[in-house]
Design a protein around this ligand. Structure first.
Ligand code: FAD
Length: 370
């Protein structure tokens, strides 16, 4: 049987590590389709921008993991799936018996009129560009007031403080408050974000258009105001990769691959989907976060190996709450767990320890045994 792994996200990185050290079961061939050799671990992007850790600490070498697992790596992007065939951007088609999708999500921007490319912070090049912008004299706009937007804006502001640069980092959000979700002591939480973030909030505003302006960009807001900045970073939350909707696989109304608890796509028993690109039929409101992609990995491994055998597939049971740690201010972090939250330096130490452990686990040399 031929297993094709589409995308080099969190779950596939862990899967490749395991495949390197355990028997390959029924697969005579395993292929990875990924446009990049490295995967940026998003939990560490803010620490890299702020200068706490070097970029190399946040990169997982997917190509090396594939090599160690004797998996063929095709440097390409999937654009369509039909039955047992995946078609790629460069015009190739790959036939598979079983496939797994871990391609993440796209950017949400449907209502923005824009003729310039946005930085999304998906690649090391994007992150380097953001750091160069922070080292320059012009204001920066981060669009999106969720956890990612706040964390990145605060890290950019921290980087600027170290270089005694006073140009502002704006956070533009359509919502009237940052990290707008139910929590205990919401006012105190909001005040804490504003006090320690170091950025300039522009709340209750939607970006209508982005255009080139002198050596940077102009943003037109919904109230007609314009903002001129040197760099724009787009962190408005996930949306489904468009090609999933035009492929012959079941998707939810938002366009994500629709999966059963076993991570099997609803109308395609030979395709699995994990991480941001899927919606669980039984838990449609589950967060799209790296935490779930990581926790789904062992279930995915068990289930792809069980495919076509008499072994029962295991269900993914998401935890009711997960701990989220957002870097905020100078080497401090805000933790949220359900509706509870806290802020302080020890939480950043905890975040660094968790993140470093994850990346180390994925980058340590693989011992295949004898
Ligand atoms: C700044 C920032 C900070 C964040 N911090 C956290 C955090 O602390 N904790 C947390 O839980 N979540 C965090 N998130 C969210 C988290 O990054 C995502 O939820 C997570 O990356 C999703 O993981 P994934 O494995 O599904 O996909 P991804 O990590 O997005 O990986 C998808 C991979 O698939 C590849 N790919 C894409 N399209 C194709 C295609 N068509 N064909 C082949 N390959 C393809 C991509 O190149 C990429 O390597 C953060 C997000 C951002 C932006």
């Amino acid at each position: 049987m031929h297993l094709v792994l589409i995308g080099g996200g969190h779950a596939h990185a862990l899967l490749l590590r395991r495949l390197a050290t355990q028997p390959r079961h029924t697969f005579h061939k395993i292929t990875l389709i990924s446009p990049r050799a490295t995967h940026v671990y998003s939990g560490m992007i803010a620490s890299v921008i702020a200068g706490d850790v070097p970029m190399s600490c946040a990169l997982i070498d997917i190509a090396a993991c594939a090599y160690a697992a004797r998996v063929q790596w095709i440097r390409d992007e999937a654009v369509h799936i039909d039955g047992h065939t995946v078609f790629t951007k460069s015009g190739h088609s790959v036939h598979f018996d079983v496939a797994s999708l871990n391609v993440g999500s796209s950017r949400r921007d449907q209502h923005v009129c824009c003729d310039v490319p946005h930085a999304l912070l998906r690649t090391s090049e994007d992150i380097c560009m953001a750091m160069r912008a922070a080292d320059g004299p012009d204001p920066i706009a981060v669009v999106g007031g969720g956890a990612a937007g706040i964390e990145v804006a605060s890290a950019l502001a921290a980087r600027r403080r170290l270089r005694a640069c006073s140009a502002p980092v704006y956070v533009i959000s359509a919502k009237p408050e940052l990290l707008a979700s139910s929590s205990l002591w919401p006012r105190e939480k909001h005040a804490c974000l504003l006090r320690h973030g170091g950025f300039v909030p522009m709340l209750g505003h939607t970006v209508r258009a982005v255009f080139v302006h002198r050596r940077g960009y102009g943003l037109t807001l919904d109230n007609g105001d314009s903002l001129h900045v040197g760099h724009v970073i787009w962190l408005t939350g996930p949306s489904a990769p468009k090609w999933l909707q035009t492929s012959n696989i079941a998707t939810c109304p938002d366009g994500y691959a629709l999966v059963h608890p076993t991570l099997v796509v609803h109308n395609a028993p030979h395709i699995f989907a994990v991480g941001d690109c899927r919606t669980h039929i039984h838990a449609p409101t589950l967060d799209r976060s790296g935490v779930h992609a990581v926790h789904e990995a062992p279930i995915l491994l068990h289930n792809v190996c069980a495919y076509g055998t008499a072994t029962r597939l295991r269900p993914y049971r998401p935890r009711k709450r997960s701990l989220y740690l957002v870097r905020l201010g100078h080497r401090r972090a805000m933790a949220t767990w359900g509706s509870f939250w806290a802020y302080g330096a020890p939480l950043y130490t905890l975040k660094r320890a968790i993140d470093s452990r994850y990346v180390r686990h994925n980058t340590a040399p693989i011992d295949r045994g004898s």
